[in-house]
Design a protein around this ligand. Structure first.
Ligand code: ADP
Ligand code: MG
Length: 326
């Protein structure tokens, strides 16, 4: 029996965080599966923007009133999110919460808010109005109505943590899929060359079919798209990635972008940033970053990829496209 046929897959799935979480292992390891499940459930309790009892909700409820003490890990993630927001202030903003709540895209919203509402919210997303006290581990939003929203970064942080947890449970190969965020651990025991083949979703279809497959060592694949949460008025699509400068869903040539790298939290941030930059400037940004690749699908349904995907570098061994631009 060859090595490839010796292995089975053990797939566990559970609905959580508004998606279906899926964990694939190649050896039976129930304690690892339960650990991941418990961890995600705990994280949902800490970070959900929609649960009134989450730590995040507590910080938001205390905006303009007082600071809130949080755990080390929670403080770490919020600190990262604020730092990325300052670095990419044209696009990524962790204070986007008020606008997300006003638009309600993906949560039953179906109309354009008034300009007054948007102007009001735009005053609540200034990054110098978050106070982080590292010594006390406290977070203070200084104006009433301010709201942290970790929706564009938290899953990346969870994926990074899960990889460590799996390794601690003796797992050497596995895939965790948090919905739009796929993180791979170790080598593929089912492939002779040990590489993984990770499918990039075709945004035109809802059945999850792929438009390309990337051959890679263990990496994280984070995809942001505008075809899942949106509403339409006439021919205009209002989707859930909001421009922190205008308060409106951003117009860009990108329909979907996938970031491929080692750190999932960074990948989450870059997927949002690249969406705003558009495929050309997004590609330029990623081409300058070491060990990061990206695949864009634009409005004309064309694939745009970073240089490393053409040249084979740093663990990513090119891709096969299932279709040409059409
Ligand atoms: P997906 O839901 O496809 O993973 P993202 O990772 O881009 O998409 O995250 C989108 C979520 O992030 C939104 O639902 C909202 O909660 C939040 N968000 C929207 N716009 C921004 C922004 N400009 N900066 C940071 N977070 C954002
Ligand atoms: Mg994301």
């Amino acid at each position: 029996m060859s090595n490839a046929t010796k292995h089975k897959k053990y797939i566990s799935q559970f609905p959580m965080m508004g998606t279906i979480i899926s964990l694939t292992l190649f050896e039976k390891n129930d304690s690892a599966v339960f650990d991941v499940y418990d961890y995600l459930q705990q994280m949902d309790q800490v970070f959900s923007a929609n649960r009134p009892d989450s730590v995040l909700a507590k910080i938001n409820q205390n905006a303009g009133k007082q600071s809130v003490k949080v755990s080390k890990k929670c403080f770490g993630l919020i600190t990262d999110a604020v730092a990325y927001s300052k670095e990419y202030s044209d696009s990524f903003n962790v204070l986007i919460g008020p606008l997300v709540k006003t638009w309600k895209i993906g949560f039953g919203g179906h109309q354009i808010p008034s300009q007054d509402e948007i102007d009001h919210d735009l005053k609540l997303i200034h990054l110098d109005e978050v106070r982080l006290n590292q010594k006390q581990r406290t977070v203070y939003l200084t104006k009433k109505g301010m709201q942290l929203d970790l929706g564009a970064i938290a899953k990346g942080y969870f994926a990074d943590q899960i990889i460590h947890r799996l390794a601690n449970h003796g797992v050497t190969s596995g895939i965790i899929n948090l919905g739009g965020n796929v993180q791979v651990l170790g080598q593929n025991p089912l492939a002779a060359n040990s590489l993984w083949g990770i499918g990039i979703r075709d945004p035109r279809y809802e059945d999850g079919r792929s438009l390309a497959v990337v051959h890679t060592t263990a990496k994280t694949f984070v995809t942001s798209g505008i075809r899942e949460r949106y509403f339409k008025i006439g021919n205009h699509i209002y989707h859930h990635i909001l421009n922190p400068q205008t308060g409106y869903p951003e117009k860009s040539d990108v329909v979907q972008v996938t970031i491929i790298t080692d750190n999932s939290e960074l990948a989450e941030v870059l997927s949002t940033v690249c969406f705003f930059r558009g495929s050309q400037r997004g590609k330029q940004l990623v081409d300058q970053l070491p060990n990061v690749e990206a695949i864009f699908v634009n409005q004309n349904n064309e694939l745009i990829t970073t240089n490393g995907l053409e040249k084979q570098r740093e663990g990513v061994y090119g891709y096969e496209s299932y279709r040409k631009a059409n």
